[in-house]
Ligand binder design. Structure first.
Ligand code: SF4
Ligand code: SF4
Ligand code: SF4
Length: 311
């Protein structure tokens, strides 16, 4: 697609490693609007479509995040923002056909977790320096492994996944025709036909659900669905990809893992240290252990409470 020079120059401001995906998204948006070329106004329109809007000021956001308006904000907008944190979501709410999970409600829960954690109050005690915005805690949620909201370059990223099985039903319609559409749809080379049946390599599968949509006979179904958590990503001068600390969690587990990350950061970080630097210093394995221990303690507490209530 043809790009006007002013549009090319706007694109050059995007970090190099993210430029191709941004270019692709903008061209997809332009094509969906019937545009044959990309101008700055097309970029702005695409930007609005991908990140619908943000509250106009931190005080507005702070007000809404502590009120019933918080819920409305999560449902209507792609971004929740305050002075010390922001959360964004991909455009899954707009009926994206690729979605395998819809994290809109989870986003609202995570905003509440941030509010309840005392994180904002804690940050007011830190020496933040002039670049306060760069020290905001960033959360990004994506409804599938396409990761349009770029969770890998945020402090705390959440990615919807759905792992697939072959469903065996009764009757001739449940027979695999060996058409190969599922194999062709898999961009991870995780699927092949063996003995006339689809065979999934779960070490390569990323849970995108493309093969489910590709099979007209509906022989493949999403069996285990949930969210991965990645932590410690950032853009900026020294960009870094977030690393996985949980493969497939429920909404409760994602919420608990955010709370544990915040508690650990508030207890052990050094003054002025942003979250991604903290993760780098203590090591991803240490963060994983904290999450696992926190989860185990929560499960034990729940068991004890249940036993106590049963007498
Ligand atoms: S991350 Fe997936 S669900 Fe979200 S907008 Fe992108 S393709 Fe759609
Ligand atoms: S879910 Fe995605 S990655 Fe996994 S086998 Fe299907 S198409 Fe391949
Ligand atoms: S798309 Fe469906 S019918 Fe075709 S090979 Fe795959 S499982 Fe079999």
């Amino acid at each position: 697609m043809y790009w006007e020079e002013s549009a090319e120059s706007a694109l050059r401001r995007v970090p190099a490693f993210a430029r191709n995906i941004v270019r692709q998204k903008i061209e997809e948006h332009a094509a969906s609007r019937g545009c044959s070329k990309v101008s700055v106004s097309v970029i702005e329109e695409a930007d609005r479509a991908l990140i619908i809007s943000a509250p106009s000021s931190s005080s507005d956001a702070a007000k809404t995040s502590h009120s019933a308006g918080h819920k409305q904000q999560s449902e209507d907008r792609a971004l929740i923002k305050s002075k010390h944190y922001n959360l964004k979501i991909c455009s899954v709410q707009n009926g994206c056909p690729n979605q395998v999970m819809n994290p809109a409600k989870l986003m609202q829960r995570l905003a509440q977790t941030l509010d309840d954690s005392g994180y904002s109050k804690f940050m007011e005690t830190r020496a933040l320096g002039p670049n306060i915005r760069h020290k905001s805690f960033t959360v990004s949620l994506a409804g599938c492994p396409h990761e349009c909201s770029q969770p890998l370059v945020h402090d705390f990223g959440v990615i919807g996944r759905s792992f697939v099985i072959r469903e065996y039903g009764e009757g001739p319609e449940s027979v695999c025709t060996e058409c190969g559409e599922c194999v062709n749809s898999c961009r991870e080379d995780a699927l092949q036909l063996i003995g006339g049946e689809p065979d999934i390599d779960y070490t390569a599968c990323i849970g995108c659900g493309d093969c489910v949509r590709a099979c007209d006979r509906e022989l493949l179904i999403g069996q285990r669905s949930g969210y991965s958590v990645v932590v410690g990503g950032r853009l900026g001068r020294h960009p870094k990809f977030a690393q996985e600390v949980m493969l497939l969690g429920s909404e409760d587990e994602i919420e608990a893992s955010l709370r544990i990350c915040l508690e650990r950061y508030m207890a052990d970080s050094e003054d002025g240290e942003r979250f991604s630097d903290f993760v780098e210093r203590v090591g991803i394995e240490s963060i994983r252990q904290s999450i696992e221990e926190g989860m185990r303690e929560a499960r034990e507490d729940a068991c004890e409470m249940k036993e106590a209530s049963n007498g």
